[in-house]
Design a protein around this ligand. Structure first.
Ligand code: ZN
Length: 507
């Protein structure tokens, strides 16, 4: 399909600050390193940095320190709130015009969910130059947007295939000169692919690969990991690294990769063709990936519609937050990538449930044996919306067996490590003030982080929605997350009226 470039972020930041001195008072801190929550604490921010954290049990002379800190500072009384590092969506595409009304729509949903950094793997919809410009405007606080780490798609703009390894290396170095922070691959002939990864590593660029089925027989996830790939996206290429009695997945004779029903129906039958959990090959593969330092970015959420399509179509947030463009893009259509529910039946869903069981077991074993795991949503595809998708990814990691503290570590400090951003991803003195503030305890219930809130019955029997991020702080700039989400609601209602389409409904 053809993508149309989206309208860039509008001028002006809706945030306030950064402040010479800002104090977040009376909060409970989840620091993002995996340490347990503690509080009450006062977080002192100076300009774009966390200056100090004043908390009983950590500082001896609290009152004095507190008074000294408060003199001549902006104070936010956040008694009872939780503060954690801003989330990092490690797989987040800025929508193209077919997927949303404008870039602000996604930016506000990201910030509205406490996401302060996104990695844009490939910039396919709008091009690298667009994402780099938006990244600079976000850094300068000219727009209301998270920090954007832009990767170039391998071969983008070249117009012809790579003929030699040298071509590939030269192209990579050209992208680095433009300002790309990494390269996103889908697959390539082995010599070309290896040369590109080697050059990227030499230049300090990140590398990410979606191991497309079209290339995986030659180059699987273990092959690229051995070449020094930074992150394996989705789950592709991992089962193929653990085939014991075949080299290629057993497709039926009629299989056609360009038919997305075939492609996704058989993807749902892939993990059961690989070595079993706990087998020698399974354990050896994990051990090698861990020792190579390869990161997994499973994006479990983007395919989860495959195991229960009706549930994904009916996600509660669509009613208020899915723009007509997004909703249209999600509908079954061979022209839209990932919109493959032409005739999705029980057999496909049952296969995918088993596929998830095995895939999640791999993710859990990899993490518990020391591997770096990050959290990415790939939102914008398959009924999976910006911001909301990352929270659902965290819930899916909970289903895979990780604890909330571990999941938050993956979504913050681990992801910062992958992106080479060592000054963010933790609530610690000296780090950037990239923070998520919420009135509820996310460790008790991750659902309270969803922008549409969590449905709960109060003592008198009334039902109401509570939760959601209250403030997102990026580089010391404070955004009212509730207001950003309400802006999005208004934009979505306005777009529906302008285009004359109803709220999402299932035919
Ligand atoms: Zn993607």
């Amino acid at each position: 399909m053809q993508f149309t470039r989206i309208k860039a972020g509008t001028d002006g930041s809706l945030g306030s600050g950064p402040y010479r001195r800002l104090i977040l008072k009376g909060v409970t801190v989840i620091d993002g390193t995996g340490a347990p929550a503690y509080g009450p604490a006062d977080i002192v921010i100076e300009n774009d940095r966390i200056h100090s954290i004043i908390s009983a049990g950590r500082n001896t002379d609290m009152t004095q320190m507190g008074q000294r800190a408060e003199a001549d500072a902006q104070v936010m009384d956040l008694t009872g709130h939780y503060v954690m590092p801003g989330l990092i969506d490690a797989h987040a595409h800025i929508p193209c015009a077919e997927q949303g009304p404008d870039a602000d729509y996604a930016y506000k949903l990201w910030l509205g969910h406490g996401i302060t950094t996104v990695r844009e793997p490939g910039c396919i919809g709008n091009g690298l130059d667009f994402s780099l410009r938006e990244a600079r405007r976000s850094d300068a606080n000219e727009i209301t947007a998270p920090r954007i780490v832009a990767y170039s798609a391998f071969g983008a703009g070249r117009g012809e295939p790579f003929r030699t390894p040298k071509d590939a290396a030269e192209w990579v170095s050209g992208e680095a000169d433009k300002g790309a922070k990494g390269i996103k691959f889908f697959g390539a002939p082995p010599e070309i692919f290896e040369a590109a990864i080697t050059e990227a590593n030499r230049l300090g660029l990140g590398t990410a690969c979606h191991h497309a089925a079209s290339d995986v027989a030659r180059v699987n996830a273990l092959t690229t990991a051995r070449w020094g790939l930074s992150s394996i996206e989705h789950g592709y290429g991992l089962p193929e690294s653990m085939f014991a009695d075949r080299r290629v997945q057993r497709f039926p004779g009629s299989y056609n990769y360009n038919n997305e029903h075939d492609r996704f129906a058989y993807l749902g039958r892939l993990w059961r063709e690989a070595a079993e959990p706990g087998s020698g090959l399974w354990d050896d593969t994990i051990a090698e990936l861990v020792s190579l330092g390869t990161t997994l970015d499973p994006t479990l959420v983007v395919y989860v519609a495959s195991r229960d399509a009706a549930r994904a179509r009916g996600r509660e947030y669509h009613r208020d937050f899915s723009a007509p463009q997004s909703w249209k893009f999600f509908q079954p259509d061979p022209e839209n990538h990932g919109s493959y529910f032409y005739d999705w039946g029980t057999e496909e869903e049952v296969a995918w449930k088993e596929n998830y069981r095995l895939w999640m077991a791999f993710v859990r074993d990899f993490y518990y044996r020391g591997g770096r795991l990050v959290v990415g949503s790939d939102a914008g595809f398959i009924y999976n919306l910006y911001g909301f998708g990352l929270i659902e990814e965290m819930e899916l990691l909970r289903e895979a067996g990780l604890q909330p503290l571990e999941i938050i570590q993956c979504a913050t400090s681990a992801a910062a490590g992958l992106l080479g951003l060592d000054d963010t991803g933790a609530v610690e003195p000296g780090k950037r003030a990239d923070l998520l503030v919420t009135a509820e305890n996310p460790l008790a219930n991750l659902k309270t982080l969803y922008g549409h809130g969590h449905l709960r019955m109060s003592a008198d029997g009334t039902l109401s929605r509570s939760g959601g991020v209250t403030h997102t702080i990026k580089d010391g700039v404070v955004f009212d997350a509730v207001r950003l989400r309400s802006d999005v609601r208004d934009v979505v209602a306005g777009e529906r009226e302008r285009l004359g389409v109803p709220a999402p409904y299932t035919p």
